[in-house]
Design a protein around this ligand. Structure first.
Ligand SMILES: [Zn+2]
Length: 185
């Protein structure tokens, strides 16, 4: 059976939170995690080799922290101070700089970070979380209306209700159809 797929292509911090589709945790499996990182190749550094179970644990931990800040912050409540501090520290551990280059016609600047791979990865995720949590986009985050679905997105179209019309949209339509055609018991 195919595993449930994480929701990707949203804000990077939401993509991080959306790695637990339908009861499956992407970060409990090295191959699923590598596949997720590859999907995010334009936004996240790619691992030099297979990730260890400690690396997966670190990804689960940063995800928990981001969620534990987002939930109160979205209501306008103060998030736990130690979580804010750890998202700051994660970025301090891998300082960011702009690497200058030349593409043949103009100067380019590429965002880089110093440090070992996992440190850079966690720092990039923490920076994305900081950007989402402190910006206007936070007020636009919505949770999928699908039953038991906790995937989150920022709707470009205000009528968007589901993580994916093909998954949750369809599930809701099928349930509605079934209820309408159910015989009275
Ligand atoms: Zn959904």
């Amino acid at each position: 059976m195919d595993r449930p797929q994480p929701l990707t292509g949203e804000h990077l911090a939401l993509d991080l939170l959306n790695t637990r589709p339908d009861g499956f945790d992407v970060f409990t499996d090295a191959a699923s995690t590598a596949a997720w990182l590859a999907t995010e190749a334009d936004r996240l550094p790619q691992p030099p080799g297979p990730l260890s179970s400690a690396d997966l644990g670190a990804l689960r931990a940063v995800r928990e922290i981001v969620l534990a800040v987002l939930v109160p912050a979205a209501r306008g409540d103060k998030p736990p101070r130690q979580h804010l501090a750890s998202l700051t520290r994660a970025q301090q551990d891998a300082p960011a700089y702009g690497q200058l280059g030349w593409d043949g016609t103009r100067v380019t600047v590429t965002d880089r970070r110093d440090g070992p791979y996992m440190t850079r990865l966690l720092a990039t995720l923490a920076a994305a979380a900081g950007e989402l949590l402190s910006g206007d986009a936070l007020g636009k985050v919505r949770m999928c209306e699908g039953p038991d679905c906790t995937l989150m997105f920022i709707p470009a179209n205000p009528r968007r209700r589901w993580c994916s019309p093909a998954v949750c949209g369809n599930r809701v339509r099928v349930a509605r159809y079934y209820n309408r055609h159910k015989l009275p018991s």
